[in-house]
Design a protein around this ligand. Structure first.
Ligand SMILES: N[C@@H](CCC(=O)NCCCC(=O)O)C(=O)O
Length: 246
């Protein structure tokens, strides 16, 4: 059949409960990669959630607030924990679990990377500087999103390696939390020199993957080094769309 451009769902943030929004950089990156962006507003209505997933061909969990440690990985909040968004946590975790259950291609970015890890049983460092021994890399950069400030090393033949074609590159960095215990069924595919997890993928799937950095920040500024991360998702979304039509 004639395939239309696949619809890529983007999890939104609620702006304190009075709005639903996604940074424009995610929208621009999806369009550049050949997809149609669709913002998914936060809801706890399971029927609404399912209808949203019926109408997308892939899902991106976007960046934002810290994840509630007590609710999602059983830790008391440390003084260095940042702002949390409980309603968003529940929404994002439900989206991640339903997407995997329904074989919908899934990409997590920054917070989204961390949400995928806790959604499937992993834990987080609540604050890298106060918790990671030898934390000697600045993970909250004071530089534009289109500029890479620290390097990462990528596992050979990982999805990320296939998507961007290199095993060593500088990335942007806007986070103070990180994956600690990797969720069962996932593997680490990139790290920074201080051992912080910078990318993961599901071991029994080729369409569930996540990155701690922000590839969209480069793409929206016409730097296409990381465009392959989004183009791969769009390709998987096209396959999902084709299967839905069969
Ligand atoms: N709160 C977490 C995740 C940080 C994060 O997602 N940063 C990006 C915010 C901008 C955006 O919405 O993309 C942490 O600090 O580790």
């Amino acid at each position: 059949q004639d395939l239309q451009k696949p619809i890529i769902g983007l999890s939104s943030t609620s702006g304190g409960g009075t709005s639903t929004s996604v940074p424009l950089t995610y929208v621009q990156a999806v369009i550049r990669a050949g997809g149609v962006p669709m913002i998914l507003p936060i809801t706890h209505d399971h029927e609404l959630l399912k209808r949203m997933l019926d109408n997308i061909d892939a899902l991106i969990l976007t960046g934002g607030e810290d994840v509630d440690p007590l609710k999602w990985y059983g830790e008391e909040p440390l003084p260095a924990l940042g702002g949390i968004a409980p309603r968003r946590d529940s929404f994002d975790v439900a989206l991640a679990r339903l997407a995997v259950e329904r074989n919908i291609p899934l990409l997590g970015i920054c917070r989204g990377h961390q949400v995928i890890n806790v959604a499937f049983g992993g834990t987080l460092y609540q604050d890298i500087p106060s918790q990671v021994k030898d934390a000697r890399v600045k993970h909250r950069q004071n530089a534009a999103a289109n500029y890479g400030t620290h390097s990462i090393r990528i596992e050979q033949n990982s999805l990320l390696h296939q998507q961007i074609g290199t095993q060593h590159i500088a990335v942007n960095s806007f986070h103070h939390q990180a994956v600690k215990d990797v969720a069962p069924g996932f593997k680490v595919t990139a790290t920074s020199v201080d051992g912080v997890v910078e990318a993961m993928e599901k071991t029994d799937s080729d369409q569930v993957y996540s990155v701690q950095f922000h590839p969209e920040g480069f793409i929206a500024n016409d730097i296409n080094t990381f465009l392959g991360i989004f183009e791969y998702l769009v390709k998987k979304a096209e396959q999902h769309e084709r299967k839905k039509k069969q």
